[in-house]
Design a protein around this ligand. Sequence first.
Ligand code: MEV
Length: 390
Amino acid sequence: MVEKTAFSGFYKLPLEARQRLITEKIGLLPNELNTLNKFCHLSAAEMDKMGENVIGTYDLPFSIATHFRINGHEILIPMVTEEASVVAAASNGARIARPHGGFSADPISPIMIGQIQISRIQNEEEIESITKYIAINKHSLLNLANQCDPKLCNAGGGAYELICKPLKTSRGLMVILELYVNVVDAMGGNAVNSMAEAVGNYLKGQVPGVILLRILSNLVTTRLAHATAIFDKDLLGGSTIVEDILDAWAFAASDPYRAATHNKGILNGISALTIATGNDTRAIEAGAHAYAAQLGKNGTGYAPLTQFNKTMDGHLMGQITLPMALGIVGGITTKHPMSQIALKILGVKSASELGQIAAALGLAQNLAALRAMVSEGIQMGHMKLHKRKM
Ligand code: MEV
């Protein structure tokens, strides 16, 4: 018997009743209740539909990072973050890349992987029988997956490959089926999960073992973004600063404690753009950190997502590579008026273009943080900004 509490059925209450209950329980003051009731971009009813157990909304600054030139285009980047210095730093990093043409970014392939776990495999024969079954039925299983999302297929995407990956685990042998899906301009989470569930459910009883998880992987090495830029040595503050930044990078490359913070700085920018466009920050961050662990597997176990070198004429060349599951359709990207404005400001026509901008932003963010830390220190920049605002 599950214990009943004052919050049992909370989710079923109308939004105002939820507010009333919280107000009573916590003792919220009338002005606090008024604050809860300040719905701005969407109505209370629309917000209620978007979330679960909703009692209000939460505003954050919606800012614009300037000076970005990416693949020859001038780009304004919307960022939602409470850390004011992040926007200033990104704009500054972008400014320092301008004399050398700004950022170059590669197109991103829109491929996501769904994983279907088959556990309790008894022996190699069972692995062979699953592999054979998948080979024979691949076409119909892919069709089954694609029936889940005719819209995606009409847009030129869909599931196109299914492979078997035997896995030795602490709980014995397993087979992981990996479903490759072209998600075109979506982040793709819902499409991939629906397809993995449809295929997994169909396979129950058809193959040996027990079908368990049916879920996408956030380590999207099939959807990597890559951007490069040359940061001008004079705008950086001279050749000593270039050397100092190279030393700061080498610190991160040799010490996972530093690399974690280095990568956090990169995500300061990317996550802010991710929120602004209504995308999933947790997916982006999980992918980034898991990829950093992959990059670091022959070294410290966790590597920086950027790399820096010196060019022949003493400028600083930076590059970044990381998984980039961002979409411009689906989820709240198409529902939230602010993400629609963000996409309009960006002027992107595809998820690939958005991902390229995110990668450039991450690189600019990292460069600016490193530059600040090897010179006046990060707190000095914060203080200057704070003073200007006051
Ligand atoms: C602060 O939000 C981000 C930094 O710590 C990043 C870094 O250390 O590289 C400044």
